[in-house]
Design a protein around this ligand. Structure first.
Ligand SMILES: Cc1cc2nc3c(=O)[nH]c(=O)nc-3n(C[C@H](O)[C@H](O)[C@H](O)COP(=O)(O)O)c2cc1C
Length: 340
């Protein structure tokens, strides 16, 4: 169906999108992404959402900072003004991001009042217009993360219509959070749990739009579950909270199991050690230890010593002068128990 040439790097990033870590505000900052990259070489990582207005009107280009090791990494933008999104996409691509993603899923009040996020499910033509402008402006792939519908919409009608209209504008890859957002009455947190998941609808979209690259998101808690979606024909799986709270469970074996890499799986302990030079550089640049270690608390979740690891880091990391030796001490909690 699509005869237009692909932008450079698109096939690589589509491969990486077989498994991605979802954009999560306040969570998937660059320190978190450094940890996730220490666990998986291959998985696609997303930034937190950055609003186009902050970049373009506010000049907050520091929000684009990221490290070369993070690739493949996608910048998620929020907004609904095509010209502003185009400019933000250009800035993002210029800063080196491999993909620009538009947020059509976030249900928070603040975002609703700015008329973007999930409420844009009601304006597919506006989303298409925004995406066309972003595609024209940015030399990297433009993708969309959406819901299956909002409020009183009927997902089985709205979602295919949304995908058809937005893909006509040139978007070839979507991540679909497989539940509605109920904007009236539910908090953002409730909107991640209360509306029921509808995986069959997302799978049906793959059958209806075989030329699109579709990732399923929402409630996927293990690598087994991710593999099952891929085996059932989905192109990609996006994991949010489980990747944050139990990063080793989701990411240690991902390169082998999802991407067919050879070589040993990564390990939580190795990732913790790999973070030590990163932490030293962060502290040397004036940063604080807890800014990095707060994302590492779940690294040993479900393993012997996890509680001691978590306690050592959370009690000590905010103390003035705390440094990498605290991470070594926390590792002692894990390794001493593992040796028993
Ligand atoms: C703390 C938090 C912040 C989030 N921030 C964003 C965001 O900035 N952009 C976005 O598209 N989704 C955001 N989400 C939604 C996730 O990307 C994902 O769609 C959702 O958590 C469902 O996937 P999961 O069940 O695997 O967590 C956020 C989720 C959480 C838990």
């Amino acid at each position: 169906m699509s005869a237009e040439p692909e932008k450079p790097g698109v096939s690589d990033i589509r491969q990486a999108a077989r498994l991605s870590v979802a954009p999560m505000m306040d969570w998937t900052d660059r320190h978190c992404r450094a940890l996730h990259r220490a666990l998986s070489r291959e998985a696609l990582l997303y930034t937190e959402m950055v609003t186009a207005a902050a970049l373009v009107r506010g000049g907050a280009v520091h929000l684009l900072e990221h490290a070369p090791q993070e690739h493949p990494v996608a910048l998620q933008l929020g907004g609904s003004d095509a010209a502003e999104l185009a400019q933000a996409a250009r800035l993002g691509a210029g800063a080196g991001y491999d993909e620009i993603n538009l947020n059509v899923g976030c249900p928070s009040d603040r975002v609703q009042s700015g008329s973007f996020g999930a409420v844009l499910m009601k304006s597919p033509d506006l989303v298409a217009e925004c995406c066309a402008a972003m595609i024209a402006a940015a030399p990297v792939e433009v993708t969309v993360k959406c819901r299956i519908g909002v409020d009183d919409q009927r997902p089985e009608e709205v979602l295919p219509d949304f995908l058809a209209r937005v893909s006509k504008a040139g978007v070839r890859r979507f991540a679909i959070h497989a539940r509605m957002a109920w904007l009236d009455g539910l908090s953002p947190k409730e909107n991640r749990d209360v509306p029921p998941l509808d995986y069959p609808l997302v799978r049906a979209m793959k059958a209806e739009f075989p030329h699109l690259h579709l990732s399923v998101n929402g409630g996927i808690k293990s690598l087994d579950a991710a593999e099952a979606f891929l085996a059932a024909g989905m192109d990609g799986v996006m994991v949010g909270r489980a990747a944050y709270h139990q990063p080793a469970d989701i990411l240690c074996a991902a390169d082998r199991r999802i991407f067919g890499a050879t070589g040993p799986d990564s390990a939580a302990e190795g990732a913790a050690r790999a973070m030590l030079p990163y932490i030293e550089a962060h502290l040397a640049a004036g940063g604080r230890l807890h800014q990095v270690t707060r994302h590492m608390l779940g690294l040993f979740a479900g393993r012997p010593g996890a509680r001691g690891w978590r306690r050592t880091l959370s009690e000590g990391a905010t103390r003035p002068g705390a440094g990498p030796e605290l991470v070594e001490a926390a590792l002692g909690e894990v390794t001493s128990l593992a040796a028993e």
